[in-house]
Write a protein that binds this ligand. Structure first.
Ligand SMILES: [Mg+2]
Length: 264
């Protein structure tokens, strides 16, 4: 039985706008009983908020069907034994909540802290010089640097806005330390995602609109891959994007129900 790892933005919705056939595709999966997971690199929302947002765009979803890069980052800290000391969190509600639920002690922004063992960073739309300064100081003093996702640009209402990967560029430059990357295409989130589905990678379709994250992550995890032309990739740029990424998806589909038709 096939399983599915489904990207969200550009695949199931564009910002607040539903993508044609997305709701129908989820209905098709549920009808067939095919296991799936909503898999997102976005660390700003909690799984509950992701499910609410999906529901608002007409797609049935519940929090336990969601895996965010923030949750995967928290799981990674626990599994890697990086949960013994205080953690500096540069991120929004989704990341803060995921770390707290894992029982990690977060340091406040106000005080300078000793013994910070990890700096975890995602998208933070209140990022400041002060936060960069502290993160760099902790990392240079030996704290591990963990990045939720490498996306440096995000589509936003027809424009592009800087993502977590753009914030990390400044911290990486000043700390002279490359982060451990958690989100797609990292094998770390792919490992947690395939484990949640409980299927072998070759039974799993990684589905998304981003060749460099969704498709590369899927291919490197030995999953099957399907690119949908409803977000970053579209009919006019797809060949150029494939050539530039050096990764070719197994299927390229105009929309999700075309994928359903191919799988049968
Ligand atoms: Mg996407």
């Amino acid at each position: 039985m096939p399983g599915f790892l489904l990207d969200l933005d550009g695949t199931l919705y564009n910002g607040d706008r539903p993508i044609p056939y997305a709701a129908e595709f989820i209905g098709w999966l549920r009808e067939r009983g095919y296991p799936f997971l909503y898999l997102t690199n976005n660390s700003s929302r909690t799984p509950e908020q992701v499910a609410l947002h999906l529901t608002a765009t007409g797609i049935e979803a519940s929090a336990h069907e969601v895996l965010t890069s923030a949750q995967a980052a928290a799981m990674y800290l626990k599994d890697a034994g990086l949960d013994s000391g205080p953690v500096m969190c540069i991120g929004e509600t989704g990341l803060q909540q995921a770390l707290q639920e894992m029982g990690l002690e977060l340091v406040g922004e106000e005080a300078e802290q000793r013994g910070v063992t990890v700096v975890v960073q995602g998208i933070d739309r209140t990022f400041s010089y002060e936060k960069m300064f502290k993160a760099v100081r902790y990392i240079r003093a030996g704290a591990k640097y963990v990045l939720t996702n490498p996306d440096h640009l995000l589509p936003w209402n027809g424009e592009l806005s800087p993502g977590a990967g753009s914030i990390s560029a400044s911290i990486e430059r000043a700390s002279e330390t490359a982060p451990v990357i958690i989100g797609k295409p990292s094998p770390i989130i792919m490992r947690y995602a395939t484990a949640r589905l409980g299927l072998a990678p070759e039974e799993i379709w990684a589905v998304g609109d981003n060749i460099n994250t969704d498709i590369r992550g899927g291919a490197e995890a030995k999953c099957r891959t399907a690119l949908v032309l409803t977000g970053l990739a579209n009919e006019s740029n797809v060949e150029e994007q494939i050539a530039r990424a050096g990764v070719r998806p197994e299927l390229v589909c105009l929309h999700l129900m075309e994928l359903a038709g191919q799988i049968g």
